[in-house]
Design a protein around this ligand. Structure first.
Ligand code: GLC
Ligand code: CA
Length: 558
C-alpha cells in the first residue's frame, strides 16, 4: 500500500446545524465552527468533514442542495467559508465537504428548468417519464424515506420523475454526460478553493438498472426497496473512475465514500492505491440487525455480533486499502447507546467502545459529541422528532400494529435525530449551543455530559480520546497503529474483544465487552508487558494474566 498524507490523521465530523450557533438564531453556523477550531485542535483533530452547508431548503438537512456554489445564509456566507479554510490551514487542519451528487434539491435551478421545459436540455438532467393517471408506474420501487420513488413533475400532470430519497431530492441523470461535466466542474471549483477533499454521499445510487422495472415486493405495500434496483445496476465503476480522473486524482484530494455492499473482489477498485476513492466507511457494525437507515424493528447489537462484524470488515481489507472507522454519524443513533447494553452505559464502557474501534486499522473518524460521550436522547413525543426518515419509520411501525408509545420507543432507539441534538458545550442554558431557541431540542443530560466539565479532567471521556489520538500520532507507536497488521486473538472467548497490531512494535488491544470482571491469560510474549493505555486504574498484569473489570480496556505493549 502506498503511503498517503492522510493515513496518520484523525478526522472529525461536524454536523453544522447542531455544532455551535454564533448569532442566536438556534442554528449552528460557520462562525460557530471557526470559534471552536482551537477546541478541535486541542483534541488532536487534523481533518474536519462538514456535513452540507450549501444552499438548501433543508428538507433533508442540507442533503438536498439548491446551489452547489453558495453557502446557505443560515450557515453563513462564502466569506465565512473562506475564513474557515484559512483558519483551518493556519492550524494545519484540512477541511473536507460533503459531496451530494446523486440528487439535488427540487429547488435547484436545473430542476426548475426541467419543470419549465421537460423536453428541453434540463429535462435530460433527471429521470423524467410520461405517465398518465391510472397507468402502471415504470417500477414498484419504494424510496429510502418511504413512499414511491415516482412523483408527478410539478406543472405536468402527465409526467413523473424519479427520487431514490425524498421527493424534494430528484435524482440526477448520470447517464447524461452534460450532468457529469457540470458536477466535475463544481468539484474542481471547490478543490481550487483549497478544500482537502470530500465525503461522498450516497454515491452507489448514481448508477440505475435501466430500464426501470418491478422487483419482488418486500413489504405489504407491494413495493420493493430502491436498494434492490441499485444492487442490480452494473457499471457504477465507470462513472466513479471518470469522476476521480477528472477531479480528485489531479489534486491528491482525500475522499471517503459512503459505500454499501461492495464485493470483496471489488474493494481494490474502490479504495486500492489507484481506487476511485481514498477510503470508504466501514458500515459492517452499523448494519448488524438493521438495514440502511435503521428501522424500528432492529434488535439491540450483541458484543459477539460486534466482534464478528468488526473483524470481518477489517480482515477482508488487509493489504487492499484503508477503511474509515466510525461508531456513529449523523445517520445513526449514538454509538454508546447503540452498542453498549442499556444500563451499562458509563464512562468506562464508553472508553472501551472508543478504544476498540479507534485502534483498528484505518482512519478514525469522531462524530461531534462522541468525544464527550454524548448519548441518545429520550424522545417524549414524535413531535420532538424532525428527521424525515424517523417520521416515516414511525408511520411504518404504527401500520405494523404498534401502539403510539411502542412505536415512539422503537424508533427512538435508532433515530437519526439522536446524533443531531445540539452539541453539549457546557451546563448553561441550551448546553451553551445557542442563546436562542435550538432548532432541535437539547438532550436533557447536558448538565452531566458536556465539554466544559471534561476538558480539564484527566479521567474524562474527552481526555481518553485525546490520549488515543496522541498515541496514534506518537513517534513511538504511529507506525504500528497506522500500518501494523491486524491479528484477532482469543476470538472464541465470549464477549472478549482482543487483537494485536503488529508493525515495528507489537501491541495488544484487549476489551472486556461484558459487565462481569474477568481474568485473561495473555498471549505468550506479554509476560512482563506494560499497559500503555487503559480505561480503569484497577487493571494490572501479573503472572501473565490481566484482570479486567466490566468493560475494562487496555492497550498493552509486548
Ligand atoms: C446519505 C446521508 C444522509 C442523507 C442521504 C441522502 O445517506 O448521509 O443523511 O439523508 O444520503 O442524501
Ligand atoms: Ca446561527
Amino acid at each position: 500500500m502506498q503511503k498517503k498524507w492522510w493515513h496518520s490523521k484523525t478526522a472529525y465530523q461536524i454536523y453544522p446545524k447542531s455544532f455551535m450557533d454564533s448569532n442566536g438564531d438556534g442554528i449552528g453556523d460557520l462562525k460557530g465552527i471557526i470559534g471552536k477550531l482551537d477546541y478541535l485542535k486541542n483534541l488532536g483533530i487534523d481533518i474536519i468533514w462538514l456535513s452540507p452547508i450549501y444552499c438548501s431548503p433543508l428538507a433533508d438537512q442540507g442533503y438536498d442542495i439548491s446551489d452547489y456554489y453558495n453557502i446557505d445564509p443560515r450557515f453563513g456566507t462564502m466569506e465565512d467559508m473562506d475564513l474557515l479554510l484559512a483558519e483551518a490551514k493556519k492550524r494545519d487542519m484540512h477541511i473536507v465537504m460533503d459531496l451530494v451528487v446523486n440528487h439535488c434539491s427540487d429547488e435547484h435551478e436545473w430542476f426548475k428548468k426541467a419543470c419549465e421545459d421537460p423536453d428541453g436540455p434540463y429535462g435530460k438532467y433527471f429521470y423524467i417519464y410520461d405517465h398518465k393517471d391510472g397507468e402502471k408506474l415504470p417500477s414498484n420501487l419504494r424510496s429510502y424515506f418511504g413512499g414511491s420513488v415516482w412523483e408527478p413533475l410539478p406543472g405536468h400532470p402527465d409526467k413523473i420523475y424519479f427520487h431514490a430519497f425524498h421527493k424534494k431530492q430528484p435524482d440526477l441523470n448520470w447517464e447524461n454526460e452534460e450532468v457529469r461535466k457540470e458536477i466535475y466542474k463544481m468539484i474542481n471549483w471547490w478543490l481550487d478553493k483549497g478544500l482537502a477533499g470530500f465525503r461522498i454521499d450516497a454515491i452507489i445510487n448514481i448508477k440505475k438498472a435501466l430500464p426501470f422495472k418491478d422487483y419482488p415486493a418486500d413489504r405489504d405495500d407491494n413495493m420493493s426497496s430502491v436498494v434492490n434496483m441499485i444492487k442490480d445496476a452494473k457499471g457504477v465503476g465507470e462513472f466513479l473512475n471518470e469522476m476521480a480522473d477528472e477531479t480528485f486524482r489531479k489534486y491528491d484530494a482525500f475522499t471517503v465514500g459512503e459505500v454499501f455492499d461492495v464485493n470483496e473482489e471489488d474493494l481494490p477498485r474502490f479504495i486500492g492505491d489507484t481506487g476511485y476513492f481514498s477510503s470508504m466507511f466501514d458500515f459492517e457494525e452499523h448494519l448488524i440487525n438493521a438495514s440502511f437507515m435503521g428501522g424500528y424493528m432492529a434488535k439491540p447489537v450483541t458484543p459477539e455480533q460486534y466482534k464478528e462484524a468488526i473483524f470481518r470488515a477489517h480482515l477482508r481489507m488487509e493489504n487492499k486499502g484503508f477503511l474509515s472507522n466510525i461508531i456513529e454519524n449523523h445517520d445513526e443513533p449514538r454509538g454508546v447507546s447503540h452498542y453498549i447494553p442499556e444500563g451499562d452505559v458509563n464512562d468506562v464502557s464508553k472508553k472501551m467502545l472508543a478504544g476498540v474501534y479507534f485502534f483498528m486499522p484505518g482512519l478514525p473518524f469522531i462524530y461531534q459529541g462522541q468525544e464527550i460521550g454524548m448519548e441518545n436522547k429520550v424522545f417524549e413525543s414524535i413531535d420532538e422528532v424532525d428527521d424525515i426518515a424517523t417520521i416515516d419509520d414511525y408511520k411504518v411501525a404504527l401500520e405494523a400494529g404498534l401502539s403510539e408509545a411502542e412505536a415512539l420507543k422503537a424508533v427512538s432507539r435508532v433515530s437519526r435525530d439522536n446524533a443531531r441534538t445540539p452539541f453539549q458545550w457546557d451546563d448553561t442554558a441550551n448546553a451553551g449551543f445557542t442563546t436562542g431557541k435550538p432548532w432541535l431540542g437539547v438532550n436533557k443530560n447536558y448538565k452531566n455530559i458536556n465539554a466544559a466539565s471534561q476538558i480539564n479532567d484527566e479521567n474524562s471521556v474527552f481526555a481518553f480520546y485525546k490520549k488515543m489520538i496522541a498515541l496514534r500520532n506518537s513517534e513511538e507507536y504511529s507506525e504500528t497503529l497506522v500500518y501494523g497488521k491486524l491479528e484477532p486473538v482469543m476470538e472464541d472467548v465470549h464477549n472478549l474483544l482482543a487483537y494485536k497490531r503488529i508493525g515495528d512494535k507489537e501491541l495488544l488491544i484487549i476489551a472486556n465487552y461484558d459487565k462481569a470482571e474477568r481474568t485473561v491469560t495473555l498471549p505468550s510474549g506479554y509476560e512482563s508487558s506494560n499497559i500503555v493505555l487503559s480505561n480503569s486504574s484497577t487493571i494490572n498484569i501479573s503472572d501473565n494474566n490481566i484482570t479486567l473489570p466490566g468493560y475494562g480496556f487496555a492497550l498493552v505493549r509486548k
